[in-house]
Design a protein around this ligand. Structure first.
Ligand SMILES: NC(=O)c1ccc[n+]([C@@H]2O[C@H](COP(=O)([O-])OP(=O)(O)OC[C@H]3O[C@@H](n4cnc5c(N)ncnc54)[C@H](OP(=O)(O)O)[C@@H]3O)[C@@H](O)[C@H]2O)c1
Length: 109
């Protein structure tokens, strides 16, 4: 069994990936900003899925939360870095504020 970290695990693809590995018996550390949404995911497999509230665009938070994960579970075998913001428009048409946010989330972590 492996230690697996899934970012963006509170909904969509990340939630499905986290639940798949938890059902497989792996230890899953589920990351997203929303504690409330993550708690709902975690209650489905309370034995081997753990939530960590983290905004991956904040470097200092990333370091602190990953230090906690290492302390709680040891080394990570697999990181599924799924968290992100999906754009439905051309990059050139996106407002600057949103561009900055997308770059911080997609490329900081
Ligand atoms: N669905 C598509 O058609 C599609 C196409 C191309 C690429 N993608 C990419 O595939 C990934 C998953 O897509 P999806 O449709 O499943 O997305 P989704 O349902 O919108 O889920 C995105 C996840 O990322 C988390 N997240 C967003 N910003 C975050 C941040 N700053 N820090 C930590 N977590 C953050 C969200 O949780 P919180 O809000 O709780 O933080 C959520 O759990 C995304 O990276 C997306 O860009 C999707």
């Amino acid at each position: 069994m492996s230690n697996i970290v899934v970012s963006g695990a509170s909904s969509g693809l990340g939630e499905s990936i986290a639940l798949h590995f938890a059902a497989n018996g792996d230890t899953v550390c589920a990351i997203s900003r929303s504690k409330e949404k993550l708690e709902k995911v975690v209650t489905k497999y309370s034995d081997n899925i753990y939530f960590y509230s983290l905004d991956i665009s904040k470097s200092e938070m990333v370091i602190n939360v990953f230090s906690s994960i290492f302390k709680d579970h040891g080394l990570i075998d697999v990181l599924i870095n799924n968290a992100g913001i999906h754009m439905n428009s051309e990059f050139a048409d996106v407002e600057y504020d949103l561009k900055d946010k997308i770059i911080a989330v997609q490329y900081n972590f």
